[in-house]
Design a protein around this ligand. Structure first.
Ligand code: GH3
Ligand code: MG
Ligand code: MG
Length: 441
């Protein structure tokens, strides 16, 4: 997502050219020609950066920022001031350094300003904010030999790794759990617990599954190599080893680990976004209930379950009575609030497993698994009664609404569409018979 920039500039030409240049640079821009409109922009949006013209007198832009700081002290939008050269930079810096907002002002630029240079300055600013220095690699060595431990320590210090050196194999697992190494140099043969068992235990824990283990062993037999790999090591190094080769192996595996971490982080982010999107796609934004599309999917599944297990299934269709009149009287905002309240009432009146959905407009649908026509009619009557006695929106009115309902029971061979259709027809019978009632199909 591109950054959103506020641009408050009285000079119309500069405003237009700067906005155009910023948009070409990939930013989103919202602009205002004066401080009054600017304040409204700040109230309505959350900006990543604000460019504010101080205009002729110094206090214009600074005064504006001061009032915004008082209005929204929690907002920390960084600011670039645009200055005419009427006031010296030293004087301006002095005033800013004494202000409450000094930490937010990242730059003051003097006119004439070339829009494209300003855009490139801002691009560099955001790039530097996005830059995260690569983190130091964490390495761990497990070895009962004091000589090797000392040698590892010198090597890790020299190459600035974050490290842990463990000579007692019984402590290795615990230390690995809290240190979370990227790479482990594991001695194969140790008293108490051998390197194979440790490797297996460590790499089979979820948190350390991606840690790279290099088995260090004096035994070069094929069986040892196989045992190392089977237990989760990614490489083997034979003792005595050359320090350069050890370092080359370490770097190669640490590089691979870094790429793996980046990819798996990106995968997790994409997965989380997809989950959010599919939840959004399945729910109605006003009420949070399942939407029309999801209702159909769900109903088809419930019908096949009812068929498979020879169970009953009922469907209730509900339409708010005279809702147009309500909207006309109290306005759509209050109407929306009433629909939200109705959704809450529905959820409260239903048992686990019953699924309410917004069919569309002021029409709702409820799937009632393991419920027959009589049971469905009882649920519908309960809802009718609760709605009739519930204030729909304490904020805008002290009215209650009523609803008309139709109930249908699924029968073998009946499709989802047919079932909805028969509940709908029953609901219209309720409408035509005076509303605020339940009709069975
Ligand atoms: P009836 O008793 O015959 O159902 O009358 P009604 O006025 O409820 O029915 P009609 O179909 O004439 O009008 C439905 C109204 O519902 C009109 C429409 O503006 C309103 N409506 C539909 N969706 C929404 C919504 O999301 N928010 C609000 N506030 N109103 C909505
Ligand atoms: Mg209606
Ligand atoms: Mg309707």
């Amino acid at each position: 997502m591109s950054e959103l920039i506020a641009l408050i500039e009285r000079n119309q030409d500069l405003l237009g050219e700067t906005a155009h240049s910023l948009e070409n640079g990939g930013f989103q821009v919202k602009s205002a020609p004066d401080f009054e409109c600017g304040l409204q922009l700040f109230i309505d949006n959350s900006f990543d950066l604000a460019i504010i013209d101080t205009e002729t007198g110094l206090m214009g832009g600074l005064g504006f920022l001061q009032s915004w700081v008082e209005e929204a002290p929690e907002d920390h939008t960084p600011v670039i001031f645009l200055m005419s050269d009427a006031v010296g930079k030293a004087e301006l810096d002095e005033i800013i350094s004494q202000s409450h907002f000094k930490s937010r002002v990242i730059e003051t630029l003097f006119k004439p300003i070339e829009p494209d240079r300003l855009t490139s300055f801002i691009s560099t600013y955001f790039e530097s904010k996005r830059f995260v220095p690569p983190k130091k690699s964490k390495v761990m060595a497990v070895d009962d030999s004091p000589i090797l431990c000392t040698m590892y320590q010198c090597l890790f210090e020299k190459h600035e790794f974050l490290y842990e050196i463990v000579s007692d194999s019984t402590k290795a697992e615990t230390i690995a759990q809290y240190f979370k190494p990227d790479l482990i140099l594991m001695d194969a043969s140790m008293p108490d617990i051998d390197g194979f068992t440790l490797t297996k235990n460590i790499t089979s824990s979820k948190e350390l599954a991606s840690a790279r283990v290099i088995m260090v062993t004096a035994d070069s037999r094929k069986s040892v190599i196989l045992q190392s790999l089977i237990n989760g090591a990614v490489d083997i190094l034979n003792k005595p080893f050359d320090e350069e080769i050890l370092l080359a192996k370490m770097k190669s595996h640490l590089d691979k680990k870094r790429v793996y971490d980046e990819l798996s982080g990106a995968y997790q982010r994409v997965k989380a976004t997809n989950e959010r999107l599919s939840a959004l796609a399945a729910t109605d934004s006003l009420t949070g209930l399942y939407n029309h599309g999801r209702l159909h999917e769900y109903l088809i599944k419930e019908i096949s379950k009812a068929k498979r297990h020879d169970r009953s299934l009922a469907l209730v269709m509900l339409d708010v009575d005279h809702f147009k009149r309500f909207n006309d009287k109290y306005g759509h905002r209050c109407g929306d609030e009433a629909l939200r309240t109705l959704a809450v009432v529905l959820q409260g009146a239903l048992r686990d497993g019953d699924v309410p959905a917004r069919y569309g407009g002021e029409e709702f649908c409820i799937i009632l698994p393991e419920t027959d026509l009589e049971g469905g009619a009882l649920v519908a009557e309960k809802i009718r009664n609760v709605v009739e006695n519930t204030l729909v929106s304490a904020d805008c009115c002290d009215e209650t609404l009523t609803v008309s309902l139709g109930v249908a029971q699924w029968k073998n061979g009946c499709s989802a569409i047919k079932l909805i259709d028969s509940a709908d027809k029953a609901m219209y019978v309720s409408k035509n018979s005076g509303r605020n009632q339940v009709t069975k199909a």
